[in-house]
Design a protein around this ligand. Structure first.
Ligand code: ADP
Ligand code: MG
Length: 594
């Protein structure tokens, strides 16, 4: 075949292959256009999963009459005008491809009115690249885009569409993801005339929490806490679910960069690392996170659908996200009132009659004894001030009674029962002790450098030339991780020293992974993670096994340790270490109205 230029309709259809995969991707493009136009309210109507109709109506800035033909022309955009603009683009779109692409695989109708215009204008395409001149049409300020009969002229692509319900499911997911990025947006979504989603825009915390609940579900909210960190021109905020609420799928992970939905490997990796030793193996964390930074520091032109982004200083971003998440999770120690999200149901602040308040002196003597015993065990009792134990005080969390309260008894050698101002605390002794031991071992580990052990006979490692070069260049980073490696030839290395704790592990594999990490992320936590894994196993074996009798003093010592230990809310395997039955919950159990 001779070389020839492709006809414009075919060019648009090829471009549509990248941006228009299914109804959901059409919805994404139209919704993003509405947001770029400054809309604060959108109405979305969908028929037959979006194959028959997708209509997006917005109250944004609108398109002037003369610009309507340009809006559907290829490579025409109002969002950038130069390479400089491209390098700091702050809008969601900028390629000028979406409307012409959609218009080449469906019947497209665009009706729009600017604030300055007295009425709207409409332009309509036949799906074969022909558009009639704009005609007057009634419309409020803003824009309506209608997309009918998706892929009617491209049967091969239509065949790939799934059932109406499946396609609507994808579309619904896209809408929810985008809605999560804009707390202030009013949004209505209808499918075949039935209301599916109705969201009010909100600026206050309670409203945003309600919206979040609607969009990602109430379980997430119950287990999530809010974070916010700003440093080096980067801001990360949002919600992390406590590790005990992990998922078997990575289906509850929302990440936004400057308000754009992204599915980025670097960011997902950084968050997962942040959860590294609080999640059960194979489980996935749940989160909604917003990263904000100067648009000039991120390249969004890395993917046609713009799911992936490229950071100019990716190491810094990776490290910032990782550390912020890790630190936030380190704070998951037992608290009086749970996380920062509004907790459901009443707290103990209301004037509940406390079990101690009927005058039974189960009180001061015993608590005094416990403190003394605790002091004897740990060399000093000064870390906890005597609680001033009197009945009325106990009702308030400010009374000085520690969050996990004081031990009452041990049940079946497995659980510790404790009384706290809020009710009954139940602790899984083994799980709790395991976490405490592990965190201590880790702290000791991080105080010193990695102890290495020279090998009697160096282990040869065949590698690629690239890996060998990298090992040479990153010698210092490897040494800091406990590996002393020398180059034996163009494609061979030899390991001379390894981290002492890991001699019995597969150090060759570890070295390869380490090199891969250094190549991709410029840093690696592999060795740290392997060390932590070894420690976690040994913590598990050295911790109190179930069925050991503890004295009250020992139990209280354990409770106090938990309160001071980072990540003490879950054991090394991500199981919870304690739970609480509040007084209102106990009252409900006994049908006791107050
Ligand atoms: P891009 O968003 O990359 O610029 P599109 O093909 O999606 O390309 O849109 C082309 C142009 O049409 C946009 O640059 C914008 O000027 C205009 N446009 C599209 N949708 C809307 C809308 N809902 N409101 C106002 N203008 C719009
Ligand atoms: Mg667009």
């Amino acid at each position: 075949m001779p070389i020839r230029e492709l006809p414009p309709q075919l060019v648009n259809q090829i471009a549509a292959g990248e941006v228009v995969e299914r109804p959901a991707s059409v919805m994404k493009e139209l919704l993003e256009n509405a947001l770029d136009a400054g809309a604060t309210r959108v109405e979305l109507d969908v028929e037959a999963g979006g194959v028959k109709l997708i209509r997006v109506r917005d109250n944004g800035g609108g398109i002037p009459q003369d610009d309507l033909p340009l809006a559907v022309a290829r490579h025409a955009t109002s969002k950038i005008g130069s390479l400089e603009d491209l390098e700091r683009v702050a809008t969601l779109g900028f390629r000028g491809e979406a409307l012409p692409s959609i218009g080449s695989v469906a019947r497209l109708q665009l009706t729009s009115r600017t604030a300055a215009s007295e009425h709207g204008w409409r332009i309509e395409g036949d799906g074969h690249g022909n558009y009639a001149a704009p005609a007057p049409a009634a419309h409020a300020p803003g824009t309506s885009v209608e997309v009918r009969d998706l892929f009617f002229n491209t049967p091969a692509r239509r065949k790939f569409l799934k059932s109406e319900q499946t396609e609507f499911g994808h579309l619904d997911t896209v809408v929810r993801r985008i809605a999560l990025a804009r707390h202030g947006l009013d949004l209505e979504l209808r499918h075949n005339g039935r209301p599916m989603l109705a969201l009010r825009g909100s600026a206050d915390e309670a409203g945003i929490a309600r919206r979040l609940q609607e969009l990602v579900g109430p379980e997430f909210i119950e287990h999530a806490f809010h974070i916010r960190q700003i440093s080096a021109g980067l801001s990360l905020s949002g919600w992390l679910a406590r590790p005990t609420f992990s998922r078997s799928q990575a289906d509850l992970q929302y990440f936004y960069v400057n308000g754009r939905v992204v599915r980025d490997k670097l960011l997902a990796h950084a968050v997962r690392l942040g959860f590294h030793d609080v999640l059960f193996h194979g489980r996935h964390p749940a989160y909604v996170l917003y990263l904000e930074l100067d648009p000039a520091r991120v390249d969004v032109n890395a993917h046609p659908a713009k799911h992936e982004v490229r950071f100019r200083d990716s190491r810094l971003v990776h490290d910032f996200v990782f550390r912020t998440v890790e630190e936030a999770l380190a704070g998951t120690t037992p608290q009086v009132a749970g996380g920062a999200m509004p907790t459901v149901g009443p707290t103990s602040q209301s004037a509940h009659q406390h079990p101690y308040s009927d005058g039974q002196r189960q009180g001061s003597m015993q608590v005094g004894d416990m403190l003394a015993a605790y002091g004897a065990l740990h060399g000093s009792a000064t870390e906890i001030s005597p609680p001033g134990f009197s009945a009325p005080n106990l009702v308030s969390p400010e009374s000085g009674v520690p969050p996990l309260g004081y031990a009452l008894a041990q049940l079946h050698g497995i659980y510790i029962l404790a009384a706290s101002p809020e009710g009954l605390v139940l602790v899984d002794m083994h799980a709790a002790h395991e976490r405490i031991t592990y965190e201590r071992m880790k702290a000791a580990l991080h105080q010193g450098s990695v102890v290495t052990q020279p090998l009697l006979v160096p282990t040869p490692v065949p590698v690629s030339r690239r890996e060998a070069d990298l090992a040479e260049a990153e010698g210092e980073a490897l040494a800091a991780n406990g590996f002393v490696v020398e180059r034996r030839g163009p494609e061979s290395l030899a390991i001379r020293e390894v981290p002492a704790l890991l001699v019995r592990e597969d150090t060759v594999k570890l070295l390869r992974d380490l090199l891969a990490d250094l190549a991709e992320h410029g840093e690696s936590r592999r060795v740290g993670e392997s060390l932590e894994r070894v420690l976690a196993t040994s913590a598990c074996h050295t911790s109190v096994r179930a069925h050991r009798e503890l004295t009250l003093a020992e139990m209280n010592a354990l409770l106090r340790d938990m309160e001071r230990t980072p990540r003490a809310d879950q054991c090394n395997h991500g199981r919870p270490t304690w739970t609480r039955l509040s007084l209102p919950e106990l009252d409900r159990l006994f049908l006791r109205g107050r």
